[in-house]
Design a protein around this ligand. Structure first.
Ligand SMILES: Cc1cc2nc3c(=O)[nH]c(=O)nc-3n(C[C@H](O)[C@H](O)[C@H](O)COP(=O)(O)OP(=O)(O)OC[C@H]3O[C@@H](n4cnc5c(N)ncnc54)[C@H](O)[C@@H]3O)c2cc1C
Length: 378
């Protein structure tokens, strides 16, 4: 009998492997991954400086240790190049492999920054442990970091870098950080707190070009403003890796489309984690992928189980002014009621009857998170 094949060794792929093993100690599982297969927690990449941890310190079990610990075959440095959904085979640079079920846990790629200039190719992104090792090498002994993008990951890096003593500029198209998730009062409070830490904001701006100069880089913004930097980090967002699925004729939208059983449009092919659109929702966070892994492990071991999500707030790891967000559904009725105190902001999204639909808490108000999650669950 061919194995269950998991494509990808990120938190999605490895969490699924562990969940399968909780249910079935012996079903053959092969995990195929383009990287070295080291287990690590990706969220730690954006607060490792404050925690005093290097890339090596963030690395958990190796591919070999994961294979031994989970009674599985793990094939590192093996990039899947095509999926034959008819013959149930994957093609990779390591050869062909037949699957009984295939799970695509391929993650997401950084969105290209599109900047012109002689330094454009030197702009870094941090989306995995190897990127982080390169980033730490690049900032060693340097002082001035320009971060492109003031979303969740950009803000987290800005906080971590500024806290560690770097001079940080953040270039952000929106009028305040995380403007798609936070009402202006909450976003402004986060921006102000990061400013106190030394972060310089460039709101309503995008980068136009990056040129390599004698002592670093010259970043030119769309209004002509110039920022001198030693390192430029792009954190403008990620987009689900859909190309393999698309080339195999599997329906894709923003991500690889699945139903609540995580089944794609191809028989015996599933998708989860950052690469998946589950009933139209791409949720690129850890808690959703944990829920997906649990449900899918049950399905793959004989008990078809749709994924069900509890209320899942996202914590923004900005210790200078932490933020907890639980966005309301896009079509949720009602509006925001925002209350500000000296130490934080509490924004509640309620409908006409006062029923809670979502929330944003900042600073000291984040202490109310669990109570509000309970209220949402009622
Ligand atoms: C800096 C940072 C901080 C974050 N902080 C938080 C946080 O605080 N809280 C939170 O909930 N979420 C956070 N996130 C998001 C969270 O980390 C991701 O949602 C999660 O790690 C995604 O896991 P994944 O396994 O789906 O993808 P990935 O970790 O990207 O794994 C994809 C895997 O697929 C493999 N792969 C890709 N293409 C191929 C191929 N063709 N063949 C074989 N293998 C392939 C890759 O090598 C990799 O092993 C953060 C993300 C970043 C970048």
């Amino acid at each position: 009998m061919p194995p269950i094949v998991i494509a990808g060794s990120g938190l999605a792929g490895y969490t699924l492997l562990k969940e399968i093993r909780k249910r079935d100690a012996t079903v053959p599982v092969t995990l195929v991954t383009a990287d070295d297969g080291t287990f690590y927690a990706k969220p730690n990449l954006s607060n490792a400086l404050a925690a005093g941890r290097t890339a090596a310190a963030l690395a958990g079990a190796s591919a070999q240790e994961m294979a031994a610990g989970q009674n599985a075959t793990v094939l590192p440095y093996t990039r899947i190049t095509a999926i034959d959904t008819q013959r149930q085979r994957i093609h990779s640079d390591g050869g062909e492999l037949e699957y009984r079920q295939l799970v695509l846990a391929l993650g997401a790629d950084p969105i290209p920054h599109g900047l012109a200039g002689s330094g454009a190719a030197d702009v870094l992104t941090v989306n995995d442990l190897a990127d982080y090792a390169a980033f730490r090498g690049a900032i060693d002994g340097k002082k001035r970091i320009t971060v492109l993008g003031g979303g969740l990951i950009g803000c987290e890096f800005a906080n971590d870098l500024a806290h560690a003593g770097f001079a940080v500029d953040v270039v952000h198209l929106g009028g305040w950080p995380l403007e798609r998730l936070l009402p202006v009062e909450a976003g402004q409070r986060l921006a102000d707190s990061l400013t106190v830490l030394g972060v310089r904001w460039h709101f309503g701006r995008t980068g136009k070009s990056v040129d390599a100069v004698a002592d670093g880089y010259r970043v030119v913004l769309d209004n002509g403003e110039v920022i001198e930097a030693d390192v430029v980090l792009s954190a403008i967002g990620l987009r689900p890796r859909i190309r393999l699925a698309q080339a195999a004729g599997i329906p894709v939208g923003r991500g690889i489309q699945t139903d609540r059983l995580l089944q794609t449009g191809a028989a015996n092919v599933y998708a989860m984690g950052d690469c998946a659109d589950i009933e139209g929702l791409n949720l690129p966070y850890v808690q959703p992928l944990m829920m997906q892994a649990r449900a899918l492990a049950a399905t793959l071991t004989g008990t078809p189980t749709p994924v069900v999500y509890p209320a899942m707030p996202v914590m923004v790891k900005t210790p200078v002014h932490p933020v907890a967000v639980l966005p309301p559904r896009i079509d949720a009725p009602g509006g925001w009621k925002v209350e500000c105190s000296d130490t934080g902001v509490c924004a509640l999204h309620t409908d006409a009857t006062g029923r809670l639909q979502g929330f944003v808490l900042t600073g000291s108000e984040t202490g109310r998170r669990n109570a509000l999650v309970k209220e949402l669950a009622v």
